[in-house]
Design a protein around this ligand. Structure first.
Ligand code: MSP
Length: 535
């Protein structure tokens, strides 16, 4: 999936999040998905750029600031500092950049972009009359609204927010979206992988086949936004400001020979835009049309993931169902959080969070599965071999079977990551961990240890456990960076093989890397039992 040009970077983006409120786990979900994906590609040895950020303009943020009794700038400054930047640390994201749409680099480039599109003949003045949902910050098309229930019986409401849209009537500048329908259809017919999963592809194609209408690219009644360079009474419509972050953050419009200009050439087009399914149309229809209008290359892929549900509905702050990431992470740790959401929910489908399911998987798969294997392996090397990894003797069928399984697991997991099938990649590695745990049970090293004559066999078994853990640490490092780094240290791998960050996925299955004599430490448990964690 990475671009075939070796000088190009693997560029992944998250949506930029509205700062009307603090983040909840629905937002963190996209961020950890992108973080797992990009860390995996880094571990393949690729050059990677991972961008996230915040969407600060528009009515929704303006109204939140009004409600808080402060200016929108003061509102966003406070929330970004107090909530949105810290949450990246909380979930352990290794993003390369963080863009704010109130930054000068963004504002100037947005204005330059729309000047260019206007010069190309795709912008014209006209009145807009129709419904607008402030929750979505979206002009609603015929067929977008549904019949309301309860308080809104008899009215048309937004299907995402469950509230009536507002009726707008204002003079705007329009983007000639209708000019791009045929080109978009042709593009997606030629590149069916450009929108995933298939359900998202089909949704976009049927929307495109209905025919596209032109759409307002500016707002005359919204002051909190980027002024149009040719008509300062109007601001850029918030989505047509926000989508541009994907290029403004990587040097769009800068001179080719400048550092920023060189970055743009190396990074654009994006390899993957990760988005929730509610914002698919913006990314798979409006955004590529904007890029076509400015003669820029189209992103290679838009992947629409599902929603985290509470009581069958999209988790949201507005509906007071938002759970802050720290509520879960304070209890389970960031690695278990990352593991749970990417393993338990098939990426692309909706999923529900429950404390019971999370606790059950934590205990079964992390504490009893991987954690127990690591503590048994390192403890036995300490007990029977003074903490120095023994050399392996002759391998038997049991060891050969594990080595072969590991080779298969690496190939299948790596291929699954190309499809953004995170749970398959994770479950493959888990299958290997289960097999090694079974191997330990069957080989009974504690029995071998009682028999002098079985010493060579004991050493082979202990070596096999530790060498398997070495491979697991490399494969799970993009998912659970902190814990796998601890495991790496416990195995004596940091001291003998170098930093875990320098290990490569393509090399993970090569057997026999840990040298005999490596100092193995029986460290603290990788995943403390919940009672111990204060549950
Ligand atoms: N600001 C726009 C995006 C602009 S991108 C150029 C926006 N922001 S948002 O904060 O409302 O949502 C950001 C992302 O979080 C979206 O992908 C959305 O799907 C995701 N999620 C918000 N709630 C979610 C869940 N309950 N579950 C999963 N993801 C959800 O839209």
């Amino acid at each position: 999936m990475a671009s075939s040009d070796p000088s190009a970077s693997f560029y992944v983006t998250t949506p930029i999040y509205y700062v009307n409120d603090a983040p909840h786990i629905g937002h963190a979900y996209t961020t950890i998905a992108g973080d797992f994906l990009t860390r995996w590609h880094r571990a393949r040895g690729e050059d990677v750029w991972y961008l996230t950020g915040v969407d600060e303009h528009g009515t929704k943020v303006q109204r939140a600031a009004d409600g808080g009794g402060v200016t929108p700038q003061a509102w966003v400054d406070r929330l970004v500092e107090a909530e949105w930047l810290p949450v990246l640390k909380t979930v352990d994201a290794a993003n390369d950049d963080f863009i704010r749409t109130t930054e000068a680099r963004h504002i100037a480039a947005v204005q330059r972009f729309w000047e260019a599109v206007r010069d190309n003949g795709f912008v014209y003045a006209a009145p807009y009359e129709g419904p607008y949902c402030v929750g979505c910050e979206e002009f609603k098309f015929p067929g977008d609204l549904v019949d309301g229930t309860g308080d809104y019986e008899g009215q048309q409401v937004c299907p995402v927010h469950g509230r009536p849209a507002e009726q707008l009537s204002e003079d705007n500048w329009f983007f000639r979206l209708s000019a791009f329908g045929d080109q978009l259809i042709a593009h997606y017919e030629a590149n069916p992988d450009a929108i995933q999963p298939v359900s998202a592809y089909n949704e976009v194609m049927s929307f495109l086949r209905q025919g596209l209408m032109d759409i307002s690219m500016s707002r005359s009644s919204v002051a909190w936004g980027i002024p149009l360079p040719w008509d300062e009474r109007q601001t850029v419509y918030v989505w047509f400001d926000a989508l541009l972050n994907y290029v403004t953050a990587v040097g769009y419009g800068e001179p080719e020979e400048s550092e920023a200009g060189r970055q743009f050439a190396q990074v654009w087009p994006a390899d993957v835009h990760l988005v929730g399914k509610d914002i698919l149309r913006f990314h798979a229809v409006f955004w590529p049309a904007m890029l076509m209008a400015a003669d820029l290359a189209l992103p290679r892929k838009v992947f629409a993931h599902g929603w985290l549900l509470v009581g069958g509905e999209k988790m949201s702050k507005t509906k007071l169902t938002g759970i802050a990431p720290s509520q879960i992470i304070d209890h389970f740790g960031s690695d278990a959080f990352r593991y749970y959401f990417l393993r338990a929910i098939q990426f692309g489908q909706d999923g529900s969070f429950s404390w019971e399911d999370m606790s059950a998987r934590y205990t079964a798969e992390l504490a009893n599965g991987l954690g127990n294997l690591a503590s048994r392996g390192t403890a036995m090397v300490n007990r029977y071999c003074d903490g120095l990894l023994p050399a392996a003797g002759e391998a038997t069928a049991a060891e050969h079977a594990l080595v072969e399984q590991l080779e298969r697991v690496v190939a299948v997991a790596d291929e699954a990551m190309d499809r953004l099938d995170f749970s398959t990649a994770i479950v493959e590695v888990k299958g290997f961990i289960d097999a090694v745990n079974m191997y330990v049970t069957e080989q009974e090293p504690w029995v071998l240890a009682k028999d002098e004559a079985q010493q060579a066999r004991l050493h082979t078994v202990l070596y096999t456990i530790c060498e398997s853990l070495r491979a697991v640490a490399v494969l799970y490092q993009p998912l659970m960076p902190k814990t796998m780094s601890d495991l790496w240290d416990q195995l004596g791998a940091a001291a003998t093989l170098g930093p875990i960050a320098e290990q490569r996925i393509g090399d993970a299955a090569r057997w026999g890397q840990l040298p005999a004599g490596a100092p193995v430490v029986k460290g603290a448990g990788l995943f403390p039992r919940l009672e111990e964690a204060g549950a």
